[in-house]
Design a protein around this ligand. Structure first.
Ligand code: NDP
Length: 312
């Protein structure tokens, strides 16, 4: 079927302005219009949508297809899509470079003390770190939990830096750069020796609370947790306790149980904790990759083929 009018929901503006996506798709879709917000058109006039978050009003418009610019679809009620027979596609596969670089950047910051220097700079403070605080990443063991687009990108970069990479995934498909592959039931064995534990799993019933008290017990006292996956993969109270008790050395967190992170969270004030506002994905070229995915699926709809990255 041909798609005449594609609505782009205002929630996508977290990643890019409506206009740049519309311009990128101008040759592929007859009309691309904004939906939601004060300038938005009536969703009922659109055939399909691109959105960031789940929006019941878009389902009510009975579109032929909805695409989310997110990779993680834990916020989307699958049964609502299923019961109305509305396909949902996601953006998994598009975040390897951005989130992969952010996760490695976090490891660099923690090892090379860049977060500490950035804080000192705001105080105009010139001081050298403790003699044994800084270290280099070369030779350090890192365990990457979840080896899809993001985890593989982290593993590839870590390997290129000379780190020793252990990976955790359910399937045993090998991943370039991963020296040892471990199944999730042996998570604690996989993280026991790691200097960095990087989380890159989707949030599912299986992964909710995956990293809790027993995982912190298993980790080294000089280990850092890097979470670029989803907040609830980590038991956040247990993380705070582990940090306060010195069970682990620190953390770099892009995602939290509740977002934005509440102002009174102790995580904000901890010396060896980096807090970023769920922005690991931020990338000025992201809209181009979203447009490619949308373009591909518009073409698939037109030629009656199954949609790429269909999750419902
Ligand atoms: P992918 O679907 O490409 O990869 C997910 C991987 O996780 C799969 O390879 C899967 O491998 C593995 N996995 C699934 N369940 C488990 C489990 N129980 N234990 C270990 N591994 C598991 O997704 P992406 O890499 O693109 O994204 C991963 C997640 O990162 C997203 O779901 C999203 O929540 C989050 N994300 C965060 C962003 C941010 O801005 N911070 C941006 C984009 C995504 P296998 O099947 O072999 O287990």
């Amino acid at each position: 079927m041909d798609l005449d009018r594609l609505g782009v929901h205002e929630s996508t503006s977290i990643d890019f302005p409506f206009e740049v996506l519309a311009a990128e798709l101008a040759d592929d879709v007859p009309e691309v219009v904004p939906v939601g917000g004060s300038d938005g058109v009536d969703p009922a006039t659109c055939d399909a949508f691109v959105t960031f978050t789940h929006q019941p009003a878009l389902l009510d418009a009975d579109p032929v297809w909805i695409h989310t610019t997110q990779a993680g679809v834990d916020g989307f009620p699958f049964d609502a899509y299923e019961s109305r027979d509305i396909p949902l596609t996601n953006s998994a596969g598009l975040h390897g470079d951005s989130v992969g670089e952010t996760a490695i950047g976090m490891c660099f910051a923690l090892g090379r003390r860049l977060h500490q220097f950035a804080r000192q700079q705001t105080r105009r403070e010139w001081s050298f770190p403790e003699w044994d605080a800084a270290f280099t990443l070369r030779g350090e063991p890192v365990t990457v939990v979840g080896l899809g687009t993001i985890g593989s990108a982290v593993a590839e970069r870590a390997d290129a830096l000379g780190m020793t990479v252990t990976g955790v995934r359910r399937s045993d498909d090998p991943v370039p750069g991963v020296e040892t592959l471990v199944s999730p039931d042996r998570l604690h064995d996989a993280i026991r020796d790691a200097r960095f534990v990087v989380l890159a799993v989707p949030l599912t019933d299986e992964t909710e609370g995956l990293v809790g008290p027993s995982a912190f017990d298993a980790m080294r006292e000089d280990a850092y947790l890097v979470n670029v996956a989803r907040g609830p993969v980590v038991d956040q109270d247990a993380l705070v306790e582990a940090l306060e008790a010195g069970e682990i050395a620190g953390a770099a967190l892009d995602v939290f149980e509740e977002e934005p992170l509440s102002e009174d969270s102790p995580l904000w004030g901890m010396d060896d904790v980096i807090v970023t506002p769920h922005a690991a994905v931020a990338d000025r070229e992201f809209y181009v990759r979203v447009a490619d995915r949308v373009r591909e699926n518009v073409e698939r709809l037109r030629t009656g083929r199954s949609l790429e990255n269909r999750v419902v």
